[in-house]
Write a protein that binds this ligand. Structure first.
Ligand code: CDP
Ligand code: MG
Length: 135
């Protein structure tokens, strides 16, 4: 079933010049780019996006990290897009993520882990509404 999911290429990936490599992995898998924008994330947008985490002790650091530079926000579309993106991204902690995944290949951090992908269809709909309210 065709789905849409919200992806962020985080500031660490953009700064390291990995945006093209990461984007091409999603494209080569067969997902279609629906909307794509480079953004400097506002704090208020991040608080909405990470609503489930704002009370966590590490949230302030995450919020600062997400504002260290521009990020790429985009929507990917395709069969099972939500779970496919999560699988391509790998486990949250880059030190534990499987080789062959984006985080497993390029990150050794629990925070600077290069990418975000919606964790469910419901989250995808909510997050697309935050980053692309016109979509
Ligand atoms: O991104 P994902 O859904 O895999 O993980 P999460 O548990 O929903 O956490 C969201 C983001 O918070 C992670 O991708 C990390 O960038 C960050 N994080 C952090 O800074 N410190 C932690 N202890 C856990 C997560
Ligand atoms: Mg999450």
């Amino acid at each position: 079933m065709s789905e849409r999911t919200l992806v962020l290429i985080k500031p660490d990936a953009v700064q390291r010049g990995l945006a093209g490599e990461i984007l091409s992995r999603y494209e080569r898998k067969g997902l279609r780019i629906v909307a794509l924008e480079q953004r400097n994330a506002e704090g208020s947008v991040l608080d909405e996006h990470y609503a489930e985490h704002v009370e966590k002790p590490w949230y302030h650091e995450l919020r600062d990290f997400m504002q260290t530079g521009p990020l790429l926000a985009f929507v990917l579309e395709g069969d099972s897009a939500v779970s496919i993106v999560r699988a391509l991204n790998g486990a949250t902690d880059g030190r534990k993520a499987e080789p062959g995944t984006i985080r497993g290949d390029f990150s050794i951090s629990n925070q600077a882990n290069l990418v975000h992908g919606s964790d469910s269809l419901e989250s995808a709909e909510r997050e697309i509404g935050i980053w692309f309210p016109e979509a």
